[in-house]
Design a binder for this molecule. Structure first.
Ligand SMILES: [Ca+2]
Length: 110
């Protein structure tokens, strides 16, 4: 079942992917300039803060042992999307998803 946080995550990723395809810059670099920071004023900032709150809620709900990282087993209980994309998202290849790996950029401190 897909819940609200998951839908929001899909939306954020699709927006990032859309902007990334509009530029020759590497996707990671492009994401850094497209994702609004949490202190950005106005509607863009409001959207970022809403997505951030939902992302934090989803991360915390998935992090069952509260060690600040998501193990494959924790992810498997919560999210089909994260399960299917675990290896791609785990860019450090340590077998866990950090907060930054989970949200896909480092613009939003947890
Ligand atoms: Ca954990």
């Amino acid at each position: 079942m897909i819940h609200c946080g998951e839908i929001m995550r899909y939306t954020v990723l699709r927006v990032v992917a859309l902007f990334a395809t509009l530029s020759a810059a590497p996707a990671a670099l492009q994401a850094q300039s497209v994702i609004p920071s949490l202190d950005e004023p106005g509607h863009k900032g409001d959207m970022a803060r809403m997505a951030w709150r939902r992302s934090v809620a989803q991360f915390d709900a998935t992090d069952a042992d509260k060690d600040g990282r998501l193990a494959r087993e924790e992810v498997a209980r919560q999210s089909r999307y994260l399960t299917d994309n675990f290896d791609k998202l785990d860019t450090s290849k340590d077998g866990y998803l950090s907060w930054v790996e989970f949200v896909g950029h480092d613009r939003w401190p947890k």
